[in-house]
Design a protein around this ligand. Structure first.
Ligand code: MBD
Ligand code: FE
Length: 319
């Protein structure tokens, strides 16, 4: 008897599609794939095959998805990260953030909650001295004095040498790399704490703004009948020797869209009050925030996953 091609071996009366096909693809993985790659690739193949079968995806529909991905790639560069934005509107970055930073729920006090990085962080933001401003060339009645302490979440001791990297949009809703009218690195800065763990600087009370919707992410939002707005937010990355980095955002309690952020990043503990500030000619608002960091050791003890000390140095994981 001639050997049958797997497709011909199918009993079409009980299966609509070849029931062995997914297995065949998974089993094509060779012996030199690492265990982690083998595991997640098998799971990915299983899920995308199930997705295609369950929805009976046709070639035309698959081509639409393919073109969204290709278009995202074509429009991405060092000022624009459309692939990440696509993940964001599908909630994937927020889910991965939750998975990465989950704390054991019995922890008494917790480190500052994390929130997604988003596509607009830039390396090498200007190093600034405490008390300086990150605002350049913008007239505003929303100038804000932000201040507080960076402390160890368990001991309460101040963290020396913590670097607070901050960035937010201009009042026109654009990050500087999106806006040819803003100076390079406007509204970005890095501040390093001394022995007392304290920091302070000037920024602006942020505004709600639409994520870029002129590409695939915008097409997805439109097809899903969703708006592109994010609530007013300021981004931060905190790093300190021996401590697990914290990537997070703070939100203005007065802002619209706290309930329906286009990228699902809002957490209750990150919603802050910008209080009117009296008697300081440099600012109209006061924002106080004490950041709490966990040592790598504590993070491990509390079953907190996330970057290891080695991988955190560049906030990068390589395959
Ligand atoms: C943003 O400004 C942002 O912060 C995120 C997370 C996604 C898209 C645009
Ligand atoms: Fe942002």
């Amino acid at each position: 008897m001639a050997a049958h091609h797997p497709v011909e071996a199918v009993d079409h009366r009980s299966h609509k599609f070849n029931p062995h096909f997914t297995e065949t693809v998974i089993n094509a993985t060779g012996p030199n794939a690492t265990p982690r790659v083998r595991k997640i690739a098998a799971s990915l193949i299983q899920h995308i095959h199930d997705f295609a079968r369950e929805n009976e995806i046709t070639i035309d529909e698959w081509l639409v998805g393919l073109e969204l991905m290709n278009e995202a790639g074509r429009m991405s560069n060092d000022r624009r990260n459309e692939g990440q934005l696509l993940c964001d509107v599908f909630g994937l970055e927020s889910l991965v953030d939750e998975i990465t930073y989950k704390l054991a729920s019995d922890a008494k006090d917790e480190p500052t909650a994390t929130a997604i990085l988003g596509p607009f962080w830039r390396e090498e933001a200007p190093q600034k001295k405490m008390g300086e401003t990150i605002v350049s060339g913008i007239e505003s009645k929303d100038r804000t004095w932000m201040h507080g302490t960076v402390a160890d979440f368990r001991t309460g001791s101040p963290v020396e040498g913590a670097v607070l990297d901050v960035w937010h949009t201009a009042p026109n809703g654009l990050y500087e790399q999106q806006d040819p009218d803003q100076p390079e690195y406007n509204l970005r800065g890095r501040f390093t704490t001394g022995k007392d763990g304290k920091y302070d600087f000037y920024c602006l009370k942020p505004v709600p703004y639409p994520i870029p919707f002129d590409g695939p992410a915008g097409k997805v939002l439109q097809a899903l009948d969703r708006h592109p707005y994010r609530p007013a937010h300021i981004h931060f990355i905190l790093t300190a020797p021996g401590y697990k980095p914290i990537v997070t955002q703070l939100f203005d309690r007065q802002s619209k869209y706290l309930e329906d952020d286009a990228v699902f990043a809002v957490k209750e503990s990150l919603i802050m009050d910008f209080k009117p500030l009296e008697g300081n000619p440099q600012a109209e608002f006061d924002l106080e925030m004490d950041f709490k960091m966990a040592t790598f050791e504590d993070a491990k003890k509390h079953a907190q996953a996330g970057p290891t000390e080695e991988s955190a140095s560049g906030l990068n994981v390589k395959i």
